[in-house]
Design a protein around this ligand. Sequence first.
Ligand code: CU
Length: 142
Amino acid sequence: MIPNHAPQGRPRLPLNLLAAPVLLALLLACGGGGGGSAPPSGGGITGQTINVGAAGNFFSPETLTVKAGTPVTFVWITGGHSVSSGTACNPSGLFGNSTVLTQGQTMQVPASVTNTPGSYPFYCTPHCAGGAGMKGTLIVTP
Ligand SMILES: [Cu+2]
């Protein structure tokens, strides 16, 4: 038995109810404030990635927002950079290291950080001084 009787009584209400959440989702997707729209991981890396030195002395994205529990991995696009948590050349010691890595290397942010909501600034040691400002922020939301 097929319950396919056309409900001609109120065809407009369901459409309106559907449209609102879709519009809301579109707004949220577009208004992320430059957050991480990371492509699907390809090289066995799960979660989100931050590129290191992709277009000069920058992190990309500079600000990455993830939900708590999402793995985050730094991927060196070019060498000569490092990643340390902290601001303005002052390491906070939460993650990262002070050594300079080379192209293709990766460093996963420890779960103790990515599981804990908060704002975690980081920088590149060779390029944090003198106004070069190679820095970024990882934001973990509940
Ligand atoms: Cu650098």
